[in-house]
Design a protein around this ligand. Sequence first.
Ligand SMILES: [Zn+2]
Length: 86
Amino acid sequence: MKYDKEMYLDSGIYGYGDEDISCHKEKIVKCRKTHECCTCNKEIKIGENALHESGFMDGEVVNAYTCIECIEEWLEESGQVELDEE
Ligand SMILES: [Zn+2]
């Protein structure tokens, strides 16, 4: 992970707020089993970090994992981090 943990948690990658998802929880987890990244559909392997989101939206359970690379890409694309390159 290249950035502070808070950056990943506050990335806003899905554009949802706490008002959209009830009981919304976001945390960085170390995967104890494999998960599919909900953004790029790549496999997140055991022992790798991922952003885990859970809660309820429109009566449906939200239980999503996003890989660290997707979040880093989003942080860079959305200008939330300063890139070193000129
Ligand atoms: Zn991904």
